[in-house]
Design a protein around this ligand. Sequence first.
Ligand SMILES: [Fe+2]
Length: 386
Amino acid sequence: MMRPMKLAGDQLMFGEGCLAHLETLPFKKAFIVTSGRILEETGILPKVREHLTNAKMQTTTFYDVEPDPSFNTIMAGANEMKKFNPDVIIAVGGGSAMDAAKGMWIYYEHEELSTLEEILPPNQFPTLRNKAKMVCIPSTSGTASEVSRSIVVTDNVTGFKHGLGNMEMMPDYAICDPLVTASMPKSLTAATGMDALTHAVEAFTSNRANHVSDVLAVSAIKDIINNLVNAYNEPTNLVYRENMLNASVVAGMAFTNVSLGIVHSIAHTLGSYFHVPHGLANAIMLPYVIRFNMLESQGKKRYQELEEQLNLSSIINTIEDMNKKMNIPASLNEIIKDEDLFTSKIEEMAAMSLKDGCTKTNPVIPTFDQFKYIIKAAYHKELIGE
Ligand SMILES: [Fe+2]
């Protein structure tokens, strides 16, 4: 039986200028979470503060979220929240800032919790919103954490990335203003955009896919194919920026309900072992995984349906062509230079990918040996299935 769908929190805003919606929010103390000073320098954070001040809110800002946020960062932010006592948390940034803010929220709401294990299964996920609501303002078009119930947290001791998902973590307000994404550098536009494309493709081929997630996924894929390379080439064109942000949100609505597949399992693993940025890992892995999934009839059928709906002769060729146009490497050896080290970790990486939460919804569940094969092929640029 299908699982219940939820497409966003209480309010979803999109379109140029919708940042001003902040002025309508009924809160008094806003705790802003962001990654570094970049959005301060681009004028986004001053704008956010201006809207909050107009709404007579008091604000403070936590800047120290690193890429792939760690549990220690989450606890540091939660401790700051306990001092400030906000009734609203506002994440402004990419996936790292939003995921970290959602994580901080848990430990701010529940002072009795102090470890990551306490919120991981089989423990019950804590209830939120007793102290604060969550607002997400994405500055990239990819992660869709603004409409997702999940976060990725890096364990400080092991370096492993833990993906956690629970409906409680769906942000209450998603404010998706393309002006906030306009200052993204080209490489980030490419990587986060390919993350969004991977969300949509993996949602479509998920073995939990349903009619609504298919409609959302196909729409997002179409928009990303038609806009991403243009947004990369013309960063100041707001039409491409807006189409990409909307597509990323729509892809998020699909995947947060039906989950993903092994492109994400392997990307999480590559992030844990070699710090490969998430979107870049997805972009490189996607064609290899599609080739692998197409070796089995049930996988092949879904991609053929997708190609039919998109009127494409080959989804693989389309993705490879987009990667090439955005200077994304075709294999992992272009970004992980130490071949001996990589080879020595393949077994561990295959084991970790197999255990990843996204593996169980891939259209074909690979064996441990098949994971090794896919990871090796993507490193050496070998053609899967040959
Ligand atoms: Fe992703």
